[in-house]
Write a protein that binds this ligand. Structure first.
Ligand code: MN
Ligand code: MN
Length: 300
């Protein structure tokens, strides 16, 4: 069950209304790296998790992310407060439009959502569960969670750099940013507490290809580094050794039933190219100056 406490997880103080900043902070409300995405990611993972330790951690962090969502939503609400009132009361101020939009695209959130707290990102794109990419394998999902926390941390950092004029908002964002660092640490510990966590799943990689680095993009700029030069990699440069690496002829084939063979051949014959033809096209017929080389349209 869920219970709600009226005290926020972190006190929200806002120096002054700022609808433009409110709009940008929506990125962490209903955006791909925002708090709702985080909460739903860990909540649904927790529901499906059977390891008691990971289940507990996922539900702890999911619930904390909902508390972050509440802090972010309150930041947006406070930053919009003045403008929301002016719009609602029809107050005609000469610079209301500039106040709301500040030259950026917050008109959507201002007009359509009335300065409320919509589940959108900062461009007004509605939240979607497609932001959650869980696969019900803890080594996959924990790695994805680590990446999600690192993305959330970076977005908070960018937002903090935008609110130098409001140290109180910056302070609350700094708390939220810090908690994403803490979550990343927990998820990493949980991942590495699974013995043999790489590669994911039960099947090992094929020994012929699992230690190979193919230098597929060749030319000036070829570089060697730990990603391809460390002892565990065999660096394959030769083009011949990059093709049909299974030792086959590199073609594609399939065993077909007699019926499938016949129908495939019929289709192939019906759609065959006539390589001896030289058909006149619309480009030939309409060719004018500057069209390049076209053959003369045949006389009819
Ligand atoms: Mn969070
Ligand atoms: Mn987090």
């Amino acid at each position: 069950m869920f219970m709600h406490n009226k005290r926020l997880m972190y006190t929200v103080r806002v120096n002054e209304p700022n609808p433009v900043l409110a709009n940008l902070i929506l990125e962490q409300f209903g955006g791909p790296d925002g708090e709702l995405a985080a909460a739903m990611r860990y909540f649904t993972q927790g529901l499906g998790e059977s390891d008691p330790g990971r289940k507990d951690m996922l539900l702890d962090i999911a619930t904390e992310e909902l508390s972050h969502l509440e802090v972010v939503g309150n930041l947006v609400s406070m930053l919009n407060k003045g403008a929301r009132g002016k719009m609602a009361e029809g107050l005609e101020t000469a610079d209301l439009l500039a106040e709301i939009t500040g030259g950026c695209d917050s008109h959507t959130t201002a007009l359509l959502y009335g300065g409320g707290v919509p589940l959108t990102n900062s461009a007004g794109v509605p939240w979607t569960s497609a932001y959650v990419d869980s696969r019900s394998d803890p080594t996959c999902d924990l790695r994805s969670n680590i990446a999600a926390e690192s993305r959330a941390k970076i977005i908070y950092e960018r937002l903090m750099n935008l609110c130098k004029d409001d140290p109180d908002v910056k302070d609350a964002l700094g708390f939220l940013m810090t908690r994403e660092i803490a979550h990343q640490k927990s998820f990493e510990k949980a991942l590495y507490s699974i013995k043999d966590n790489f590669p994911p799943g039960k099947l090992p990689g094929h020994p012929d290809f699992v230690d190979t680095y193919y230098n597929m993009s060749q030319g000036e700029g070829d570089m060697r580094g730990p990603w391809n030069a460390s002892e565990q990699f065999e660096y394959v440069n030769d083009r011949d050794d990059q093709m049909a690496v299974d030792g086959g002829d590199g073609s594609a084939s399939v065993n077909l039933s007699l019926e499938d063979t016949e129908v495939s051949q019929a289709m192939r014959q019906r759609l065959a190219s006539d390589t001896a033809s030289d058909p006149t096209t619309g480009a030939d017929l309409g060719a004018g100056p500057g069209s390049g080389t076209t053959k003369q349209a045949p006389e009819r």
